[in-house]
Ligand binder design. Structure first.
Ligand code: ADP
Length: 334
């Protein structure tokens, strides 16, 4: 494999782990989800029971994995981590489930990418802690029923709409994480800087928070670059001025829009006169994967009011036109 890449990813992961909140008190924002989870963990603990299944949805980087770890911490149980596309066959699922112990938390990321042939096996596993699998082939083929330890499934998905109704209905709680507001992100930036031992002024934290597109993971990534910038071009302290300069260098504007966001708005204005235009068409025009547009860029552009989704396709709003830098009349003449 690619050793360099692996090391870099590991470093990223360790860095990430250091900044990860480990208790509900430590976790800023998402008040509704936190209250629901505190009620479920609290009651289960008091009854000495296994917590029932939870489904978390929302864009990447908002804290779904972090919450799974916090649940494990509060329940004092191990968290086993996997992801939808990794579970290719029913046997993979059976192997994983039979290795769990009572009360373990199984975190499955990207639930919408679990193959349909595996999904059906998950139903009885979630409902009755039982899984029926076929062993052997041909004339010897037979079904065996395996009893499983009682476990808690914490599922995560960026695409709630792609989950089937029977799967969704097997979760006691379905909770959606929203983009963080500026105040919560400022708190998160300050907390991360403190943990990293990086000196930051209030206005420096506000500047980073404003450009992190409502996402803690992005805020943390920006901190690492701004810190380097502050050490190389300043006296090591993150001020508003330092943060603004550093982030301009990354071509992230004061609204948190990056190069790709702006390219999308620009293409829509120039080539499609503001739409309606299909997402697949936009993806080809800007040279980005459709699912990245769908999961990362589009939700933020919609939430910030630059883009709208209609049955005919995506259209630019007045605010979207303003960012594209040309007017509707100007586009008509192109
Ligand atoms: P997801 O699973 O939704 O993609 P993660 O749980 O991996 O997101 O979160 C990404 C990073 O953002 C984590 O490493 C964590 O440090 C940070 N993070 C997420 N939510 C919060 C929060 N509410 N407070 C502080 N840091 C957070």
């Amino acid at each position: 494999g690619n050793e360099f890449l692996e090391k870099a990813l590991n470093r990223e992961e360790n860095r990430d782990a250091a900044l990860r909140p480990i208790s509900f008190d430590d976790f800023t924002g998402q008040p509704k989800t936190i209250e629901r989870l505190m009620i479920m963990t609290g009651a289960s603990r008091k009854r000495g029971d296994v917590m029932s299944h939870v489904l978390l949805s929302g864009p990447p980087g908002l804290g779904k994995t972090t919450l799974a770890h916090i649940i494990g911490h509060v329940m004092e149980k191990q968290v086993v981590i996997t992801s939808g596309p990794v579970i290719e066959k029913p046997g993979d699922l059976a192997g994983m489930l039979t290795n769990l112990e009572e009360g373990h938390i199984l975190f499955i990321d990207e639930m919408h990418r679990i193959p349909k042939t595996v999904e059906e096996y998950l139903y009885s596993a979630m409902e009755d802690y039982r899984i029926d699998i076929m062993i052997d082939q041909g004339p010897n083929a037979r079904s065996v029923s395996l009893n499983l330890p009682r476990f808690t499934l914490v599922g995560a998905t960026t695409r709630m709409g792609l989950l089937t109704a029977p799967l969704r209905s097997r979760f006691t709680l379905q909770s959606r994480l929203d983009y963080y507001n500026r105040g919560d992100l400022v708190k998160i930036v300050k907390r991360s800087c403190k943990l990293l031992g990086v000196p930051v002024k209030d206005d420096g934290a506000t500047e980073i928070a404003g450009r992190a597109r409502g996402t803690p993971r992005i805020a943390n990534n920006l901190i690492h670059f701004v810190r380097d910038f502050a050490e190389e071009r300043g006296d090591g302290v993150i001020t508003a001025d330092i943060a603004a300069k550093a982030l301009s260098l990354l071509e992230i504007d004061e609204r948190g829009l990056d190069e790709m966001d702006k390219r999308i708005l620009d293409v829509m204005a120039r080539h499609y006169k503001g739409g309606p235009v299909g997402l697949g068409t936009i993806a080809v025009a800007v040279g980005e994967e459709r699912h990245t547009l769908e999961e990362v860029h589009e939700p933020y552009l919609i939430q910030e009011g630059y883009l709208q989704r209609t049955p005919q396709g995506r259209i630019l709003t007045a605010a979207g036109w303003a960012i594209s830098g040309i007017s509707k009349a100007g586009a008509d003449q192109l």
